[in-house]
Design a protein around this ligand. Structure first.
Ligand SMILES: Nc1ncnc2c1ncn2[C@@H]1O[C@H](COP(=O)(O)OP(=O)(O)OP(=O)(O)O)[C@@H](O)[C@H]1O
Length: 250
């Protein structure tokens, strides 16, 4: 397989099994794929086809049984599964944003604090800057009025948007999102997809979204389809739409 120079993340011959003996399941079978810088990619496929497993392997959370994950870090291409656990964690902290199903928000923190803590932990900026960037991000997400609310006081869609803000606030090079629109009506779902698309196009991030939501398809730059642990096809969508959200929100 040929890789082009915008390639940022390559999965090579990835295989992953769970369990042993009779309960052994092969979730990934020799999967090879390439994600490019500045692209929003969508991964679809039936339930149990291996999408979440692939996302976890590519993002450094779950070790493959065999195969490689090659990522760019400070101008070098490296196999993230050859790094030590500490180096891999450091890479994830600096370069990767996650959006999980179920939000994973801290119950005790308000919306602003959920974002501030990401910047403060990574030592990315001062407390003052962290506050300003968090408030700017909440504005982009349409959540300025919810800055001091804790997760229990937010709707599902609002929690999902806080989770998106938390993933994007560090301007990560890679973003992995598992069903980011599942809790949202389409008005909010579209807003989220436009934000992800803008992060790819305007901030040059490499973004992989796992979803069953066909409404996302026209917004993406690349489309992968899995079945039974195998990559069946990858293609570009026929009629891409232009992003407006990020620009309008500036
Ligand atoms: N921790 C685990 N232990 C054992 N088997 C697992 C585990 N996680 C996933 N599997 C199995 O691996 C296969 C792929 O699962 P995976 O969650 O990656 O699929 P998926 O495409 O993301 O599904 P869905 O769309 O339902 O979320 C399935 O057969 C699943 O039952």
């Amino acid at each position: 397989m040929m890789f082009d120079e915008r390639s940022m993340l390559r999965g090579l011959n990835l295989t992953r099994t769970y369990g042993e003996g009779e309960v052994r399941t092969t979730a990934l079978r020799d999967v090879t794929l390439e994600l490019q810088r500045g692209q929003l990619a969508l991964l679809m496929g039936p339930s149990g086809s291996g999408k979440s497993t692939l996302l976890a392997v590519l993002s450094g959370l779950l070790e493959p049984s065999s195969g490689q994950v090659i990522s760019e870090d400070n101008g070098r291409m490296l196999d993230i599964w050859k790094l030590s656990a500490k180096q891999r964690e450091d890479f994830r902290l600096r370069q990767v944003g996650f959006i999980f199903q179920g939000y994973n928000l801290f119950p005790a923190l308000n919306s602003r604090q959920q974002l501030e803590i990401v910047l403060r932990w990574g030592g990315v900026c001062t407390a003052r800057e962290a506050r300003k960037r968090s408030d700017d991000m909440l504005g982009l997400l349409g959540l300025s009025k919810k800055a001091t609310k804790k997760p229990a006081q937010l709707s599902g869609g609002e929690k999902q948007r806080v989770a998106i803000g938390r993933a994007l606030i560090k301007n990560p090079k890679y973003v992995f999102a598992d069903e980011p629109t599942s809790a949202l009506d389409w008005e909010n779902g579209e807003r989220v997809i436009e934000m992800l698309r803008a992060a790819a196009h305007e901030r040059d991030a490499t973004i992989l979204v796992v979803s069953h939501d066909h409404r996302i398809e026209p917004y993406v730059d690349a489309h992968f389809y899995m079945e039974d642990g195998m990559m069946r096809s990858h293609d570009r969508p026929a009629q891409p739409v232009e992003p407006t959200f990020w620009r309008n929100a500036q």
